[in-house]
Design a protein around this ligand. Structure first.
Ligand code: PGA
Length: 252
């Protein structure tokens, strides 16, 4: 049986108006043809989540949040909680994106966010990835450390409920994509690391995504030869036609 593929659009701090967010949702919703093997989600900004969800209506597109508070409720000014996201029918939450790690988010904070998300039935999409690549391959130990930090708080039953997105920082928003061979090597590394930490059947149940300058022009090759289970897409998810082309590339 064909494995499930995930394509998640991370809108980041875009677009600048609710009208444009709803318009983008309408275009994606109209053009997207759902099938059982593909999970598609969009991650608008918090303020746009309710209207985007309403616009999607009954169409099979899930909504993701771009972050979540470490606490479910209480005196935490400016935070948005897992409980509030569930209440708005959000299904996924991106955790530990490099842009948040650059603002000071540590592995400990990432661990807490993963736990709170799982507790309230949100699917964590946990981002990992190195800042730079070195010829010696030290970036593999960096990624391994991130995976171990995640695994240290998750049982085998729990790791099967998360999605891991490998997003090399040097490829995010830069137009520099990892080659399909780089992606394949990392997929094998992530799989073998998870196998060592858990076991093979458990590792096989964890969807692995690639993110970093995925475009309609490179999606087919990255998907075919990269061996991952889909993409986390930033910039290209802001154009409905491009996002749909990337989704379609994963179906071929
Ligand atoms: P990008 O962003 O596709 O614009 O490189 C990916 C991401 O940050 O999730």
């Amino acid at each position: 049986m064909k494995k499930t593929t995930f394509v998640i659009g991370n809108w980041k701090l875009n677009p600048s108006s609710l009208t444009d967010a709803v318009k983008l949702t309408a275009e994606v919703t109209k053009k997207y043809k759902a099938d059982e093997q593909t999970v598609v989600a969009v991650a608008p900004g918090y303020l746009h989540i309710a209207d985007v969800t309403k616009k999607i209506g009954r169409k099979a597109i899930a909504v993701a949040a771009q972050d979540v508070a470490t606490e479910p409720m209480g005196p935490f000014t400016g935070e948005v909680s897992a409980l509030q996201l569930r209440d708005l029918k959000v299904s996924f939450v991106i955790i530990g994106h490099s842009e948040r790690r650059a603002m000071g988010e540590t592995d400990e904070i990432v661990q807490k966010k993963i736990q709170v998300a799982l507790k309230y039935n949100l699917i964590p999409v946990i981002c990992i990835g190195e800042k730079d690549r070195d010829a010696k391959g030290d970036f593999y130990s960096f990624v391994e450390k991130q995976i171990k930090a995640i695994a240290s708080v998750l049982t085998a039953a729990q790791i099967k409920k998360v999605v891991i997105a490998y997003e090399p920082i040097w490829a995010i928003g830069t137009g520099k994509t990892a080659t399909a061979a780089d992606v394949k090597e990392m997929q094998l590394f992530l799989f073998s690391t998870l196998t060592k930490l858990y076991d093979r059947p458990t590792a096989a149940k964890v969807p692995l995504l690639y993110g970093g300058s995925v475009k309609k022009e490179n999606a087919l090759e990255l998907h075919k030869d990269g061996g991952m289970d889909g993409f986390l897409v930033g910039g290209a998810s802001l154009k409905a036609d491009d996002f749909i082309s990337i989704i379609n590339a994963t179906k071929r």
